[in-house]
Design a protein around this ligand. Structure first.
Ligand code: GLN
Ligand code: ZN
Length: 763
């Protein structure tokens, strides 16, 4: 008898109900009670959705972030939110986003705003959590109210509740000590709070608690490994049973540790770590439960149920009631319901499973294990047919793409000459001044642009009308840039709604959902495009827009593209071939666009790799393998051009210390990066590594409405010139200007151009 459970359910709601409730509450347009009511409804609905499971997660619902929830549960609030008006939820939103709701901020004058907590990526997902803040003085105290309220609601609805918590070691691991103290030293203070919480749950009659320790799939030194031992020895009080959950990867050298911790059950990600399951089985104690995450909680493809059963059946016979099955991780990372997708192509739809469909798959597996495959024969054969159809589909398999991939060799990613020779030819052609100025690509996405786009989508505006509207915007951007006196211009990306979607929509092998929203942070969601098949480019995607923009000016116009690694990292990617293969296919498609731009006379081409760093694997030991194919994909994309064509790339960060060699290997002529906030300190990477090509360290923080002064920009650039020779420096903002208003952009860029002039004159 195998049991089923789920590690967590997407809380945002199939129609993003939580997002809208939160945003209306924050704006002061709805009450606290209304917000709480939406939360309660969503929880109830999601529990009903999971009613067929043997254990249903409780406590996975969050108004903002599950890590911040734990910070509040263990009483770890930053000092700066103390002493405000309002209650815990007000403070919760203050830490999350710098302020509570408008209506709760009537005391803003006396209390002021606060700095929002830092956000960072939750392991290797695109979800961002609020980083817990620690210092040597941090004390903890239990506030179980949020969890107990959710538990009480679940109980009143008859839910088979299994509370879920982030475990104490991962909680410390996720945080940052502001004073550089050792956060592990806080463990003895933290454990009694967890123990008290577990005792409280036991008092409520809870049998199992899921305690998430995904830090177990990362490289841990001795002290962190020991912390696990200490923590679970202390929490093993016999009051509740603990299911220790690891996910997102393999345990590797933490496997023996994980297997001998004194807990009653262990959850393993059997998608990423299937190869480790035999070893886990051999090391588990005779009375321990093993939960296998057999359905991919991170992706949207149907599970091959028959092959999962082939693998599970012997394990089920061996473990009996000690086998639980589940998705590999919380379903937070997938959209809610495929049934909402009425516009999605029928073939592609038949290959997919969102959260609700994944739970159905789980039920089918459990039924087959517990009563035999016959009981679910029709489900299994429908599943098998879908898997086979996807596998054989001509929409997935394009022999021409496969053939092109087979012809890739090192020469494809190689420029004709080394940088110094190219740079000389480019200088002759482009005739740019010292400290050349440019921007990163997008100009403000105005209300008119959005309106034209939505009218075009709804059919109210025809193709010609839309084209004219976009051309008018491009013309405006060019006019403004000429008036500002920028050196290398951009067309402004008016026609792009999103830098990945725009390309995905034009490439074969991509599909788009209507409601496939996934939480990115707080109330923010993204709708990743679905890369389902071999990628090819039916026709040029950007050339006409750039050609039009270039026709309006004698200055060089940059052709703007999104790079293959970024397109890949911001998509749901097919699981039937390595990611590297999909990336190479994207590289060949974007390469063709690069060459078409060059043929059209474009002299400067920028290929954005905003998300290259995001794709780094969790374990450092696997970084190089990723960087090898990521960098090679970029090189294939960019390096087929003539020496005279200047290649730019852009990255939205400047933490380069650990990957700077790979960045240099990309061999772009110019790289623009985000640096303004860090006061150029992030250029430290360049102290130890002599970056060989040109760099534009951002001097305008585009995430802020503030206008940088000319003096400040000059000062930043002088700092940069201490590390990088002035003749290789560019002057540009941190990132695209899409989210800013023209009224901010004009004065900021005026100052930037003036600063460049000062730098030239005083050089
Ligand atoms: N070219 C893009 C823009 O300017 C780059 C955006 C990004 O790096 N995130 O909008
Ligand atoms: Zn950027």
């Amino acid at each position: 008898m195998a049991f089923t459970h789920n590690l967590g359910f997407p809380r945002i709601g199939a129609k993003r109900e939580l997002k809208f409730a939160l945003e209306s509450y924050w704006k002061g347009q709805s009450s606290r009670e209304e917000l709480k009511a939406v939360g309660a409804q969503l929880r109830q609905r999601h529990w009903e959705n999971q009613a067929g499971l043997d254990h249903v997660p409780v406590g996975d619902f969050s108004f903002y972030d599950q890590v911040l929830d734990i910070s509040f549960t263990v009483g770890n609030l930053p000092e700066r939110v103390r002493g405000f008006h309002g209650d815990a939820l007000d403070n919760y939103f203050r830490v999350a986003r710098g302020r509570s709701a408008e209506s709760a901020e009537e005391h803003a004058a006396c209390c002021g705003g606060v700095a929002a907590g830092e956000m960072t990526k939750w392991f290797d997902t695109n979800y961002h959590y609020i980083v817990p803040e620690f210092s040597a003085a941090t004390e903890f105290s239990l506030d179980a109210s949020r969890l107990l309220e959710q538990l009480a609601q679940a109980r009143s609805l008859g839910v088979k509740a299994k509370p879920v918590l982030i475990g104490p070691v991962t909680y410390l691991w996720l945080g940052k000590a502001k004073d550089d103290s050792d956060r592990l030293a806080l463990l003895p203070r933290l454990l009694p709070v967890y123990a008290a919480l577990l005792a409280e749950l036991a008092k409520q009659g809870v049998e199992w608690v899921q305690i998430d320790e995904p830090a177990l799939v990362t490289e841990l030194d001795c002290d962190w490994q020991k912390a696990f031992q200490t923590a679970y020895t202390a929490l093993n009080t016999g009051k509740v049973k603990l299911l220790l959950a690891s996910y997102f990867g393999q345990l590797q050298d933490n496997l023996p540790l994980a297997c001998q911790l004194p807990v009653q059950g262990l959850h393993i990600d059997a998608i990423n770590a299937r190869a480790e399951v035999d070893r886990v089985l051999a090391q588990l104690a005779a009375d321990q439960v093993l939960s296998l995450g057999v359905i991919n909680g991170r992706n949207i493809w149907k599970t091959d149920l028959s092959s999962a059963l082939d693998w599970l059946e012997p394990i089920s016979r061996q473990l009996g009631e000690r086998l639980w099955i589940a998705p590999s991780c919380s379903l937070l990372h997938v959209p809610v319901d495929l049934d909402s997708e009425q516009k999605l192509d029928g073939d592609i739809r038949s290959w997919l499973a969102f959260a609700l469909q994944k739970l159905d798959e789980l039920t089918v597996l459990a039924t087959a294990l517990n009563t035999g495959r016959d009981a679910v024969r029709s489900e299994l054969s429908a599943n098998q047919a879908a898997i086979a159809a996807r596998c054989a589909s001509p929409r997935v398999n394009n022999p021409a793409v496969k053939a092109a991939l087979g012809k890739i060799d090192a020469a494809l990613g190689q420029r004709g000459s080394v940088y110094a020779q190219r740079a000389a030819k480019q200088a002759q052609l482009l005739k740019l001044p010292a400290y050349p100025t440019t921007t990163i690509g997008s100009f403000p996405q105005t209300a008119e642009i959005r309106q034209a786009r939505s009218q075009f989508k709804s059919g109210a505006l025809d193709e010609a009308g839309y084209q004219a509207a976009m051309q008018a915007e491009i013309a405006r951007s060019v006019r403004e840039q000429e008036a500002l006196g920028l050196d290398v211009l951009v067309h402004g990306e008016a026609e792009r709604n999103d830098m990945v979607e725009y390309f995905g929509e034009q490439l074969d092998g991509y599909a788009f959902s209507q409601f496939g929203w996934v939480q990115s942070y707080g109330s923010r969601c993204v709708k990743p495009p679905i890369l389902f098949g071999d990628i090819s480019r039916p026709k040029a995607m950007t050339v006409e827009w750039i050609r039009y923009a270039q026709s309006l000016t004698a200055k060089p116009m940059k052709g703007m593209l999104t790079g293959p690694v970024t397109i890949l990292n911001w998509s749901f990617v097919r699981d039937d071939q390595p990611r590297s293969v999909s990336c190479y296919q994207l590289a060949l498609a974007i390469r063709a666009e690069v060459l078409d731009l060059e043929k059209a006379g474009v002299r400067v081409i920028q290929i954005d790799e905003a998300a290259l760093r995001e794709g780094l694997p969790l374990r450092k030991s696997q970084w190089q393998e990723y960087l090898n194919w990521a960098v090679e994909s970029f090189r294939i994309t960019s390096n087929g051009v003539r020496d005279e064509t200047q290649v730019h790339t852009h990255m939205c960060y400047s933490e380069f210390n650990d990957i700077i060699k790979s960045i240099a290997d990309m061999d772009a002529d110019v790289i623009t990066i985000e640096t303004s906030r860090s006061d150029m300190e992030l250029l430290d990477a360049f102290d130890n590594f002599n970056y060989p090509n040109e760099i534009g360290p951002g001097v305008y923080d585009i995430h802020s409405p503030n206008i940088p002064t000319q003096e400040h920009i000059v000062q930043l650039m002088r700092k940069a010139a201490e590390r990088i020779p002035a003749e290789r420096l560019w002057v540009n903002p941190d990132c695209g200007l899409k989210t800013r208003a023209w009224a901010e952009v004009i004065p900021a860029l005026t100052n930037m151009v003036a600063a460049a002039k000062t730098l030239r004159e005083t050089a």
